[in-house]
Design a protein around this ligand. Structure first.
Ligand code: G3P
Length: 220
């Protein structure tokens, strides 16, 4: 399972990249706005900076703002030309699916975002999306089960031999990461806090303290 970080914060991206386990980055307009990145030129510059931090062969999702097919194609082509790492992120709408299908025929990688059902997952796979982003945290928010959706899509994609990778998004906790892995996600995209949470175990801390204390006692 690949690990992406879900942020536009350059320090968080650097920190995750330094761990040596980072495979890519996802962003969205809300995450860009949170970092105060506004205006087309600054937004494009920021995407380029993210691509340079993560290095070659690491996918970086950049989302289109247009909601109509023609606008999505124009915007997506410009984003894809920006850097070879860029994956064009497109919302799950009628125009979005049409645009994914066109990008697919142009060999431009896509990430179909805002996915909340297995039916939507089938449409995105048929259109040739590279990645599919079901938002598991937002499904949990309304007391449905986000992980169950990952399981359902994983079963369908395996049965139908679809190539689209399941990218579990809207991950909020380390537990979500483990559950997504068990449910068959190909990728998780998570905030730095969820990734760092995976390290934590009190027995690791206690065990390390004991080893160091024993070494000190024996060696002075
Ligand atoms: O990758 C999608 C993600 O950014 C949405 O997360 O926490 O806003 O539901 P959240």
């Amino acid at each position: 399972m690949l690990f992406f970080i879900d942020t536009a914060n350059l320090n968080h991206i650097r920190e995750a990249a330094e761990l040596g386990i980072l495979d890519g980055v996802t962003t969205n307009p809300s995450l860009m706005a949170k970092e105060g990145i506004t205006g087309e030129a600054n937004i494009l510059k920021h995407y380029r900076e993210i691509c340079n931090i993560v290095g070659p062969d690491k996918d970086v999702s950049a989302e289109v703002i247009s909601t109509d097919y023609a606008g999505m194609i124009k915007e997506g082509k410009a984003l894809a030309e920006l850097h070879e790492n860029i994956v064009v992120k497109v919302p799950m709408t009628v125009d979005g699916v049409k645009a994914i299908s066109t990008f697919s025929s142009m060999d431009i990688k896509t990430n179909c975002t805002l996915v909340f059902s297995a039916g939507q997952a089938i449409l995105a796979a048929k259109a040739g999306a590279t990645y599919l982003s079901p938002f598991i945290g937002r499904i949990d928010d309304i007391t449905w089960d986000g992980i169950k959706l990952i399981e359902e899509i994983s079963e369908i994609y395996t049965m139908q031999a679809y190539d689209t990778a399941i990218l579990a998004a809207s991950i909020r906790t380390p537990l979500h990461i483990v559950q997504a892995a068990k449910a068959g996600a190909d990728v998780v995209t998570c905030p730095l806090s969820a990734i760092m949470g995976l390290f934590k175990h009190p027995l690791t801390d206690i065990g390390l303290a004991q080893f160091l204390a024993d070494h000190k006692k024996a060696n002075g």
